[in-house]
Write a protein that binds this ligand. Structure first.
Ligand code: 0HH
Length: 209
């Protein structure tokens, strides 16, 4: 039993990689919807409490943390989902930063330029996925490191939402496609993805995907 709470909008967004990590590790948590009991709750109640004005916020007892990547790393360190050496930790950080770069581009496109930018974004997607394919192909393991770590949940979630945007985008990348499937087949990942809570969440706040 944990004292974990996740305060976030009722979307997959920047919360989903955290939810996947928790589910895959069998860690229970309470989901707190920042739009509840009504949408004004975000501006009036939750936002002023966020150290940087944004969520997700993760709470472990009295300890509060924002920034989705910091939360992933916190949980990774706490639950043995990080590398053992400085080199391994840094490798995971490097890939996670690359996931963040592509996620940020995706988020900007989704919220600011969806209709005009979709064709171009989808066209350029293979060249953005290629480095991930190459990186994983160079390793000896199924995962970014020699075991699953926080970064795998983040990369998996990114590949998942990109596959919704551009179905079949992993087909030309056999290593990435296999990587995606290996993680998708893990019981805790299946449990989260097939849950009603997940299925009823849209990916992004504006309904675009
Ligand atoms: N760097 C931060 C991180 O990684 C960025 C956090 C962030 O952008 O954690 N937070 C946004 C919410 S993510 C935020 O707090 C986008 C989801 C928006 C859903 C909106 C409505 C859903 C309706 C069903 N944004 C609010 C704000 O800045 O006031």
């Amino acid at each position: 039993m944990t004292n974990y709470e996740l305060e976030y909008f009722p979307v997959r967004g920047r919360g989903e990689a955290i939810r996947l990590l928790l589910s895959d590790s069998g860690l229970t948590y309470k989901e707190i919807n920042v739009l509840s009991p009504d949408p004004s709750a975000w501006a009036n109640k939750f936002k002023p409490r966020m150290p940087f004005g944004q969520c997700p916020m993760f709470r472990d007892g009295d300890f509060e943390l924002v920034q989705s990547n910091a939360i992933l790393r916190y949980l990774g360190r706490k639950h043995g989902l990080v590398g053992n050496s400085n080199e391994d930790l840094s490798k995971a950080d490097m890939v996670n930063d690359s996931v963040e770069d592509l996620r940020s581009e995706y988020v900007r496109f989704i919220y600011q330029n969806y209709d005009a930018g979709k064709e171009e974004f989808v066209k350029k997607l293979p060249e953005k996925l290629k480095p991930f394919e190459k990186f994983l192909a160079n390793g000896k393991s199924t995962f970014v490191l020699d075991k699953i770590t926080f970064v795998d949940y983040n990369l998996f979630d990114l590949l998942d939402i990109l596959s919704v945007l551009s179905p079949g985008c992993l087909k030309e990348f056999p290593v990435l496609a296999k990587y995606f499937q290996t993680i998708a087949d893990r019981p805790g990942i299946k449990e989260r993805r097939s849950s009603e809570a997940c299925k009823k969440m849209q990916i992004n706040g504006n309904g675009k995907q």
